[in-house]
Design a protein around this ligand. Structure first.
Ligand SMILES: [Zn+2]
Length: 697
């Protein structure tokens, strides 16, 4: 019954909005760019709203044209509603649109004429609210909010007398779904006709970009080795709302290769002991077939702070780590303790080398002399690139100390990845592109920050050879929380002692490796670059149950790492994957959970789409992907003897086998089948089911 209501609601809203000329509905959200209307001086509101949509992964278009906003199923306002944001006529249009089934999500509203649309009476703007607490009711919008750190999020540390701007509302006919620590309403949900509005008492820039710029009034409740999703709850809320208004929902998944979460091991090699002992960790990881990432400090000199660690012998050691299948990043030249001091580390000049860059830490002055950001980043990168014969494109600063010129230099020197910010500190586990100068209006660059989530640095009670099992338990708990948000875990372990390998192994032994992938740092970064570049539309027709997923970002290629999550796939009879020119592409569907499937883009082969059978006709096979054999389970009532058939994608029969009646499950050998993608089907007199099989090497 619930489904029927949801479906009819969706049909209704689709008929009202977004119906295209051929009668099919195009389901996308609209980001309404209000920057110009509000005369904003930077794009921080717009960027933050766009980033929420990107992390949510739902299809959207962006426009500043009012007549385009009501062509979608949901409107996200980029900016607070102020006097000049909308005319009275536009308010009337929006009100009618919501009545007819539209959904609006808005940050702060200061325009009195909108109070009826949003269901509030009055508001008080203040800067001394520190926590936002969702009401304790299981709403569908709270699908992801299962941990205490998500049920109450931080807006700034209470030791600050003033934190971000917030708006506490009194209600008229709206429903309070979140309150501030002050007790005032923080988020209002209001049903109007067949539509819904959501009004937030915060501005997007303050809950998204502020954390990324590390100007968040120390909102993090823990610095590292903890779960701090205070920025991530906003895109997760958005994704949940999108799910409630769509009969079938497609979104860009956040972890590659079908995993639910990922552990991304990184190792900072910043001392001579690490250069000498890192082989131990490297060998363990190789034995497990993991490709991990090692950040190297290139200290070619000694000073009062550290001895020299980089020489021809350490280069050989790095090459051995590379031979084990790992990748190498840049961990600065000097690993200085005052790298975050912009006076001691001005941007400096490009083009230095080991003979011209001569920084020195003076312990009597407690500062580094002759240091520069260019020196630290560029000299180290060039040294590693030349010595190793492979371009080094990722960076992590020593002690995770960052300064205002770091991003400018990373951009200028061709770095593509940075991992210098703790995820808790920036309030997000998900990657984002860094801003030049880490300022509101700095240019959005090409360096992808992949924040660090876990590390072997515990400030209060340091990790040791005896207590590391307790620390592993903390790591494991964070991984569990991140997995529920499909979020990654970049972990930093210094390979200084052999028992650190034991700690890493203990963590990995305690993870379910079928749902938690052990992924390479740069591979994960490449996945996100492709994900940011990939845009799509979804069109679902509830009459014929055909789901069309159309890329709007050019041709699809067979090296695409992007995967799409399809929720409520049992309502889909057939899926078509196309580009903008309606060219069809092949794909693979792998079940992810009882209520979701993952779609992988196979490539540019011309193909007419895979017909997908309904849920109850799905053949249960495992393992999948498989290399040597699969097990097939047949339904209880399949009746007579049946025939099992494996087809390749061109329809050619590869294998056909009779299964006697009464068989419940059986094993099928795959050793004679080439690696690739196949359709496997079982047919009996009253039964037909099929599945897609991936045969590995
Ligand atoms: Zn370090």
């Amino acid at each position: 019954m619930k489904n029927i209501i949801a479906l009819s609601f969706a049909i209704l809203s689709l008929l009202m909005v977004g119906t295209t000329a051929n009668g099919q509905s195009s389901d996308h959200a609209v980001l309404f760019n209000m920057t110009g209307r509000n005369q904003e001086t930077d794009d921080s509101q717009l960027y933050s709203a766009r980033h929420m949509l990107e992390i949510a992964g739902i299809p959207f278009i962006e426009t500043d044209q009012f007549n385009e906003v009501i062509n979608g199923a949901l409107i996200l306002f980029s900016s607070p509603v102020i006097d000049q944001s909308f005319s009275a006529e536009e308010l009337a249009t929006l009100t009618n649109w919501v009545n007819d089934g539209g959904v609006i999500i808005s940050p702060a509203c200061k325009k009195e004429s909108f109070s009826s649309l949003f269901g509030y009476g009055t508001y008080i703007q203040a800067k001394n609210r520190y926590t936002l607490i969702w009401i304790d009711t299981p709403l569908p919008e709270f699908e992801y909010f299962d941990e205490p750190e998500e049920k109450a999020i931080s807006l700034g540390r209470s030791t600050y007398s003033s934190v971000i701007k917030s708006y506490g509302y009194t209600l008229s006919d709206g429903l309070s779904i979140a309150v501030f620590d002050s007790g005032e309403t923080a988020v209002i949900k209001k049903k109007t006709g067949s539509g819904i509005t959501y009004l937030f008492g915060v501005e997007w820039r303050d809950v998204i970009q502020r954390g990324q710029l590390n100007r968040d009034f120390e909102a993090q409740r823990i610095y590292s080795n903890g779960f701090e999703p205070s920025a991530d709850v906003f895109p997760l809320f958005l994704r949940s709302v999108w799910k409630t208004i769509n009969p079938v929902m497609v979104w860009k998944f956040t972890i590659p290769r079908g995993y639910t979460t990922a552990l991304i091991p990184t190792h900072d090699v910043d001392a001579r002991t690490s250069y000498d002992t890192m082989w131990h960790m490297s060998a363990y990881e190789k034995s497990m077939n993991f490709s991990c990432h090692y950040f190297m400090t290139t200290r070619y000199f000694k000073d009062d702070y550290l001895s020299a660690s980089y020489n021809s012998k350490s280069v050989l050691n790095i090459k051995n780590v590379m031979a084990d299948g790992h990748t190498i990043g840049n961990h600065s030249v000097g690993h200085f303790p005052d790298m975050d001091n912009d006076d001691n580390f001005p941007i400096g000049e490009p083009g230095l080398d080991t003979s011209t860059y001569k920084p020195f830490y003076d312990s009597s002055l407690e500062k580094t002399l002759n240091g520069s950001t260019y020196g630290e980043i560029e000299v180290s990168k060039n040294l590693l690139t030349n010595d190793l014969g492979t371009p080094v494109i990722s960076f992590r600063s020593g002690h995770l100390l960052t300064n205002e010129s770091m991003n400018t230099v990373l951009e200028a020197t061709g770095h593509l990845y940075n991992s210098s910010f703790p995820a808790c500190d920036v309030l997000t586990a998900f990657p984002y592109f860094e801003r030049e100068g880490y300022t509101w209006s700095g240019t959005l660059g090409n360096v992808l920050e992949i924040p660090m989530m876990l590390s072997d640095v515990f400030s209060a009670d340091p990790i040791s050879q005896t207590n590391y099992p307790e620390k592993v338990a903390i790591w494991k708990e964070v991984v569990r929380c991140q997995a529920n948000n499909y979020a990654p875990n970049v972990i930093l372990i210094h390979p200084t002692r052999k028992w650190k390998t034991d700690a890493e192994k203990m963590l990995i032994d305690n993870l379910n490796l079928s749902s938690c992938g052990i992924l390479n740092f740069e591979d994960y970064g490449r996945f996100w670059r492709q994900r940011f570049d990939f845009n799509f539309n979804q069109t679902y027709n509830p009459i014929d149950s055909i789901l069309i997923i159309s890329s709007t970002s050019g041709a699809l290629t067979n090296d695409s790492l992007v995967c799409l999550m399809i929720e409520k796939p049992q309502r889909v009879k057939e899926i078509k994957l196309t580009d903008e020119n309606q060219q069809l592409y092949t794909f693979t569907i792998i079940p992810h959970s009882d209520t979701s499937e993952l779609l992988y883009i196979n490539g540019s082969t011309l193909y007419t789409g895979i017909e997908k059978v309904a849920e109850y006709d799905k053949l249960f096979i495992w393992p999948n992907p498989a290399s040597d054999f699969i097990q097939i389970r047949l339904p209880e009532h399949y009746g007579s003897q049946s025939v099992i058939t494996i087809h390749d994608l061109s329809g050619r029969i590869i294998l056909s086998k009779i299964v006697p009646s009464g068989t419940e499950s059986f094993r099928l050998e795959l050793s004679n089948i080439h690696p690739g993608l196949y359709q496997i089907s079982v047919s009996g007199s009253r039964y037909f089911a099929k599945a897609t099989l991936i045969k590995l090497r």
